[in-house]
Each structure stands twice: as structure tokens, then as C-alpha cells.
Design a protein around this ligand. Structure first.
Ligand SMILES: Cc1cc2nc3c(=O)[nH]c(=O)nc-3n(C[C@H](O)[C@H](O)[C@H](O)COP(=O)(O)OP(=O)(O)OC[C@H]3O[C@@H](n4cnc5c(N)ncnc54)[C@H](O)[C@@H]3O)c2cc1C
Length: 299
């Protein structure tokens, strides 16, 4: 029971009745029963073991930038891997970050120290852990291209492990870590020493492209749908006449139809209704099935 769990974890950074709208870039979501902000992999292991012992469900989140939390909130424990697990270590051409480090901060640090290869990820508003889980990518590159090793927890076995990245561990916006329900606690990347100015210029160019093409002034969870083979989700949605379509406070972005934005007071129900409308209209118009990239959790 939740009460037993709270007692067991009372010495940790545990909060109760936490509005998830404060922990998602969509600014949407009901309350989570409890949220733990762990300081170490050991604390995560302890929390997971306690959840199993007391039969309390748990979910891991990072920066909540790919999440839609439903309006009824989340029963059980949210383990938010964030600033308290965000150390970084750069050595030669290897760069390590704990899962809670923001990708933007990690990429900046790598660039500051003359390491090249991650400029594509500098504008992705998630954590290293969430990025690894999702195999986040942009501008023709994905995190898997530069990852060498991942530190993780297997909740079923209750152990920490390290995995040297192998062929087949990643696919478009998914990973072996997602499929197995493993919790990412850190990641190591192989970068290269190079011209800092060239890397910085590339980073600035990507940032400029984001500012021009993405509705960064309104809360969202980025691209709602995965890229369907041979198409772009945003283009299909636009051609189906849905640009600017709205349900309640949720709107298909007028700037980029692949995004749904929260124009103020949107509920998860609004977003879900708009997602269904996008899927239905695109299927009817083009016979293409759209699949969500964002993760929907809660009740
Ligand atoms: C404006 C905007 C632009 C974006 N642009 C891009 C882009 O260019 N490319 C791209 O790929 N994505 C993009 N995204 C989506 C999002 O930023 C990425 O998917 C990001 O990697 C999610 O990281 P997060 O820490 O926010 O994860 P969350 O959203 O918190 O979680 C996402 C998933 O990962 C799981 N998870 C999170 N952390 C861990 C962990 N440590 N261990 C195990 N599971 C974990 C969660 O359970 C959930 O299933 C964008 C989003 C926004 C809002």
C-alpha cells in the first residue's frame, strides 16, 4: 500500500500529491500520488524494491518533454530522474552524463571542452536518460550514433548493470531499455576532438531552424507522431486540413502541424481527442496510420 511505501522511503526526497502539470513541458496532467527525486541509483533501487514489496505501481520520468499525463493523474510513485542525478565527466574523447542531466547542458559542456558530435541534440528539451530511452534524434542523427555504454537498473531483477551498446539495441524512437522496462541511470558517449567553432556554428544553425519551424512559445511535447514510412506526419496533418484545428485548449500548431500545443488550460482529454481526430482524418485522406511518439501515462 502507498502508506507503507511512504513510511519506508520517508528519509528520501519524497513529495505527495504532486501536480504533473508542473513536471511536463505540455503543462498538463493530474496529480501523482507521490514523487521521488532520487540522488543515486541506490535510491532508485531501494524505491523500486519497496514498490514491489508494497504492491505500488511506479513510473520513471525525466524532464517530461515527451509525456502526456492524463487528467486523473498517476496512481503510485513517479520516480523523476532530474537535477539531483545530473553529474557529467569528460575524459579524452569520452563523455559521461548521469541520466538526469539535461541534454542541452550536456551538449553545451561537451562543446565547451572541444568535444564534437552532439550538436544535433542540443535543442532537444529532455534528459540524457529520456533521450537514451527514446533514442532521441534530430537533423539526421540519433543518440545511438554516439552512445557507447549505458548504465541501467533492471527492476525485475533488482540489479544495476552496464551495457556496451550492441547492434540492434536501438530503433527509431525506441530502445532495448524501453522494451525491457530498464531504468537508465547514466550514459557514455564517444565523441571527437574537433574545431569548436564549426561545432558551435552547427549548433546555432540547428537552434535557428528550431526557432523558425517549431512553436517554442507554447507548451507542447514536441512531435506528437512518429514519422510514418515515406511521409512526414506534419505534412499529412496539414494536407488533411487540420492545421490550427482545436479541441478545448489543445490546438494543432499553426506553425508546425506535427505539434499539438497547449494554448491555455488544455486538458489531456482535449489533446487525446485531437490526436484521435488527426489519426482518423489522415487515415481517411491518405490511408496512412499515424502512431504516437509521445507517451501517454496516468488515468
Ligand atoms: C519543443 C520540443 C522539441 C522536441 N524535439 C525533439 C527532437 O528534435 N527529437 C526528439 O527525439 N525528441 C524531441 N522532443 C521530445 C523529447 O524532448 C524527447 O523524446 C526526449 O528525449 C524526452 O526526454 P525526457 O527526459 O523529457 O523524457 P520524458 O518525457 O520524461 O519520458 C519519456 C519516456 O522515457 C521514459 N524515461 C525518461 N527517463 C527515463 C530513464 N532515466 N530511464 C528509463 N525511462 C525513462 C519515460 O517513462 C517515458 O516513457 C521534443 C520535445 C519538445 C517539447
Amino acid at each position: 500500500m502507498l502508506r507503507d511505501l511512504i513510511c519506508e522511503l520517508q528519509d528520501l526526497d519524497l513529495q505527495l500529491g504532486v501536480p504533473m502539470s508542473r513536471h511536463t513541458t505540455f503543462r498538463i496532467g493530474g496529480k501523482a500520488d507521490a514523487m521521488l527525486c532520487p540522488r543515486s541509483a541506490e535510491e532508485i533501487l531501494r524505491a523500486v524494491a519497496a514498490c514491489q514489496r508494497f504492491n505500488v505501481p511506479f513510473v520513471v520520468i525525466g524532464n517530461g518533454s515527451n509525456l502526456l499525463v492524463k487528467d486523473g493523474g498517476i496512481r503510485g510513485l513517479v520516480i523523476k530522474i532530474g537535477p539531483k542525478m545530473s553529474s557529467m565527466a569528460l575524459d579524452g574523447e569520452t563523455a559521461f552524463a548521469q541520466a538526469g542531466a539535461r541534454l542541452s547542458a550536456f551538449v553545451s559542456e561537451c562543446m565547451r571542452q572541444g568535444l564534437c558530435g552532439l550538436a544535433f541534440a542540443g535543442g532537444i528539451p529532455g534528459t540524457v536518460g529520456g533521450g537514451v530511452l527514446m533514442n532521441a534524434g534530430a537533423y539526421g542523427s540519433e543518440l545511438k550514433d554516439v552512445l557507447t555504454e549505458v548504465e541501467y537498473i533492471d527492476p525485475k531483477k533488482g540489479v544495476c548493470g552496464r551495457r556496451a551498446i550492441a547492434e540492434g539495441d536501438f530503433e527509431y524512437r525506441s530502445s532495448i531499455f524501453a522494451k525491457n522496462g530498464w531504468i537508465v541511470t547514466g550514459a557514455r558517449f564517444r565523441l571527437r576532438r574537433g574545431a569548436a567553432e564549426t561545432e558551435r556554428a552547427l549548433f546555432e544553425e540547428y537552434q535557428q531552424r528550431r526557432r523558425e519551424k517549431q512553436p517554442l512559445n507554447l507548451p507542447s511535447a514536441g512531435s506528437v507522431f512518429k514519422r510514418p514510412s515515406g511521409h512526414f506526419a506534419g505534412a499529412l496533418i496539414e494536407q488533411a486540413g487540420l492545421k490550427g484545428a482545436a479541441v478545448g485548449g489543445a490546438q494543432v500548431s499553426k506553425l508546425h502541424a506535427g505539434f499539438i500545443v497547449n494554448t491555455g488550460g488544455a486538458t489531456a482529454a482535449d489533446v487525446l481527442a485531437l490526436i484521435e481526430r488527426n489519426k482518423k482524418d489522415v487515415r481517411q485522406a491518405f490511408g496512412v496510420s499515424l502512431e504516437e511518439e509521445l507517451k501517454v501515462i496516468g488515468e
